[in-house]
Structure formats: C-alpha cells, structure tokens
Design a protein around this ligand. Structure first.
Ligand code: SF4
Length: 233
C-alpha cells in the first residue's frame, strides 16, 4: 500500500515557523528579530517559497518478520535488515513498517540555483527543506503508530540508516529493497545517498511485545551538535 493516497498526506503541510528556520541557521531568533530585519525577511521569503514548492509523497509497506538470527532480521520475502541497531530494537517485532518520505526536488533545486546570487536565502530555503522532510517523516511515523494502536499493537522508535549500529552503506540498500521508492521518484546514488536529498527513510517495528528504547536522536553521532533535534518527533 502506498500511503501517498491517504488523507493525512493530501492535507499535510509542515508547521514550520520563521524562528525554526533561523534557529537551524544558528541564530537566536529573539536577538535577530531586534537586530537584523533583513535576515528575518529572508527567512520569511524562504518559508513562503518553500511551502509553494513542496510536492510531498510517501511510499510505505508492512512486512511480516520471519526470524532474527545473528543480528539479521529476516522478513517474509527473505529480504533482511542487519546490524546491532536492528537486533537491539527489532528483536521482538512481529511486523515491520517501512517508509520513504520525500518533499520532492523543487526546494533543493531552487536553493541550489539561488546560492551564487543570494547564499543567505539559499541556505534558508535549504533549512526549510530539511525541516519539512523531517516533519513528513514524523507524520508517517505517527500514521504507523496510530494504525498499530488500532490493532492493539505497539511500535518501536523509528530507525533510519546512518544511525549508530546501522550504517548507511548497507542499511539504505536493505531498506530500499522493501519499498517501491521509484514510484515516488526517489533513488539511491552510488554512495547510498537518497535523491532527492530532502527525503527520509524509516523502519518501525510493530508487535505486542516491542518496546521504545529512548529516541531516534539518542542513536545518532550528531546528537551533541545537531540543531534539528526534536523535529523527527
Ligand atoms: S541528532 Fe539530528 S541528524 Fe541525528 S537523528 Fe537527531 S535530528 Fe536527525
């Protein structure tokens, strides 16, 4: 099932504020509003343009889990996810929900095209795109959690390739074997980066005995310096 057809996505628009964009850019919005009206105006323009350029899409699928052996979680079609992070969080999962969520390529294209003439605006637009992709991923997670809840099941925290214990180099390829990402215009390049870049990929374990161990950011090596913390939730 592709959830790009579900009502939550059709009505979805990220609740991003100018202050959030300024914060991600490294500024204190309170101080900046007093001292730098130009910077605030740039962030406002980036927000308005970014919202117009969004073309959100999500591809999603649930798989039954067959077995877990030696840190390898094998699914009903004999595909698998592997690594210590997978074993730690998904050991009790009966099912797996897999989603790739993108805001499309227009925002990053506009950011790239304006960088030479207006780098501040370009960076603000890029920040908007990253925030929107994070929030779309969070919306997909909420959908997965609510669906599981209706079935009387629990969910793990979302896991993404690149977190500690699930390297991008093989994690992203494992995940992309489980969804039809072409369907929403997303592919992996040779370095396993997702194209368009403003895309998130997640797996969530579902079952009656799974547990939530911490939060996604706890397992990220950027956690001490990242300004995006909290936007996955
Ligand atoms: S620390 Fe930052 S990059 Fe890492 S998972 Fe959290 S929000 Fe994402």
């Amino acid at each position: 099932m592709n959830i790009s057809t579900l009502p939550f996505l059709e009505a979805w628009s990220p609740e991003i504020t100018v202050d959030q964009i300024l914060h991600i850019l490294g500024a204190d919005p309170y101080i900046l509003r007093k001292r730098n009206a130009r910077a605030v105006a740039i962030a406002e323009e980036a927000l308005a343009t970014g919202l117009r350029l969004l073309t959100p899409a999500v591809t999603y699928r649930r798989w039954m889990v067959k077995s877990l052996r030696h840190e390898r979680l094998v699914l009903e079609n004999d595909s698998y996810l592997s690594g210590p992070l997978i074993a730690q969080h998904l050991y009790a999962a009966q099912e797996l929900a897999v989603a790739v969520c993108t805001i499309g390529e227009a925002v990053e294209k506009a950011a790239s095209e304006t960088f030479a003439d207006d780098p501040a605006y370009s960076m603000a637009l890029d920040c908007f795109g990253s925030l929107a992709a994070d929030m779309l991923g969070a919306a997909a997670c909420h959908y997965i959690e609510s669906s599981a809840e209706l079935e009387g099941k629990k969910t793990t925290i979302p896991l993404s390739p690149g977190l500690l214990g699930w390297p991008v180099t093989y994690g992203q390829r494992e995940l992309f074997m489980l969804v039809d990402a072409d369907n929403i215009g997303v592919h992996l390049n040779e370095s396993c980066m997702m194209i368009p870049h403003k895309t998130t990929s997640i797996v969530v374990g579902i079952g009656t005995d799974v547990d939530q161990q911490g939060q996604m950011c706890d397992y990220c090596n950027m956690r001490d310096v990242c300004r995006h913390r909290g936007y996955h939730d």
